[in-house]
Design a protein around this ligand. Structure first.
Ligand SMILES: [Zn+2]
Length: 401
């Protein structure tokens, strides 16, 4: 597990400063809610906060009345007052997720009988893979059985530290009765538990939750921060890193997930889709669309990415049109083509195409069959609707997106 400290949070100076202030002051709210888009570092920050809170440099042996082995390695003299020291026994164990006063809940899917195994495997992967990204199935949830077990434990004093920390990742994936139990615990006076909830979908939480929590907002990560991280920490080549950062929408998790594919190849495939559209060849277009969307459940996500590749390309055309230098282009490796296309296409036309794609992204989220949405939008990119009879014949065919 890559142990990130509060002082090292990527591209989140606000939360980093705030949380270190809390740690330095030693006065904790009963609950914190980390808000922000997926993949911007809320989960990493939550665990970093938990480690800082549990670090023995501040809450250690003295407070426990000498329970600890005096021969145990002590914190270094220059240990920060506002962060985890990173070397004490508590830090070591919380980094391994084995500290008895650190509870970590996250959504899982699969059968109840495999629950322990699933949780253990996920934790193991998180410890071993420095770029581990939580990816949930739609139905993944924070399991009731685990919450119950946790709440039973909360009735007792913490084992070693002054307080225990419960980190709940993606807390919006709970059931109504879990929230009521959680609220009861948050509101308990003199509680020795600090809750840290994270969510990318705050609107799915009952309003009572945010109102009882100290809220901490996480912004989308700046593109250069993601690019730099990919290049320097994840060993991604320059062209790929630039493209991934541009596609990431400020989410490191997204960039890391995309990295596992072959982004440049995927982009070329996405751009190739445009050719039959611009040629006005609906039959080839339909075949091409069927080809890229033939990915079962992942279809929508693939589709979204295809659209986004095309958006990046069109934005490059606009940039080139206005004389932007090579460094400003995302698809720098295809600069000659960008310059040539930019000369042939007016800015108004480029903007129109961008708008069609924007609309298409919205449609993909809706209930319309994804390949139809794509086909229709791409046909319009070519400048006109497919005339005459509905094409392709399909009972849910709709053209008025
Ligand atoms: Zn420590």
């Amino acid at each position: 597990m890559t142990v990130v400290r509060l002082s090292e949070l990527l591209g989140q100076p606000g939360p980093s400063t705030f949380l270190r202030g809390v740690v330095a002051g030693g006065r904790y709210a009963n609950a914190y809610l980390f808000l922000g888009a997926a993949g911007v570092g809320k989960g990493t920050a939550a665990l970093a906060f938990a480690r800082a809170l549990l670090c023995e440099t501040r809450n250690g042996p003295k407070a426990q009345g000498g329970l600890f082995d005096p021969a145990a390695p002590s914190a270094p003299p220059d240990a920060p007052a506002d962060d985890a020291c990173g070397v004490c026994e508590a830090c070591r164990r919380s980094a391994q997720l084995t500290h008895p006063d650190l509870k970590f809940l996250f959504p899982v899917s699969g059968e109840e009988k495999d629950l322990d195994k699933t949780v253990a495997e996920t934790q193991q992967a998180l410890r071993e893979d420095p770029f581990f990204v939580f990816n949930y199935e739609k139905a993944a949830s924070i399991r009731l059985s685990l919450t119950r077990e946790l709440l039973r434990e909360l009735a007792y004093r913490p084992y070693e530290a002054e307080r225990r920390v419960v980190v709940v990742r993606d807390a919006d994936r709970m059931r109504e009765d879990q929230y009521s139990a959680l609220l009861k615990s948050i509101e308990e006076p003199g509680a020795s538990t600090v809750w840290v909830l994270t969510t990318a979908r705050a609107s799915r939480l009952p309003a009572t939750i945010p109102s009882r929590c100290q809220r901490v907002r996480f912004a989308p990560l700046p593109e250069p921060a993601i690019r730099q991280f990919l290049e320097q920490r994840a060993g991604v080549g320059n062209s790929d890193a630039r493209l991934l950062a541009a596609l990431s929408g400020g989410s490191l998790a997204r960039a890391l997930t995309l990295r596992d594919g072959t982004p440049l190849k995927e982009r070329d495939r996405a751009l190739a889709l445009l050719e039959p559209a611009l040629r006005g060849d609906p039959a080839s277009l339909w075949l091409a669309v069927r080809d890229v969307t033939n990915f079962g459940r992942a279809g929508r996500e693939v589709l979204r990415r295809m659209v986004e590749f095309n958006q990046l390309w069109l934005r490059d055309l606009l940039r080139a049109r206005y004389g932007a230098p090579r460094e400003a282009l995302v698809n720098r490796d295809r600069e000659t083509e960008i310059r040539r296309q930019a000369e042939l296409t007016g800015p108004a036309e480029i903007r129109r195409r961008l708008m069609v794609l924007e609309e298409m992204l919205r449609t993909i989220e809706g209930n319309v069959t994804p390949e139809l949405a794509m086909f229709s939008a791409l046909s319009r990119l070519g400048g006109e609707r497919v005339a005459g009879d509905p094409w392709p014949p399909h009972p849910t065919a709709r053209w008025d997106y």
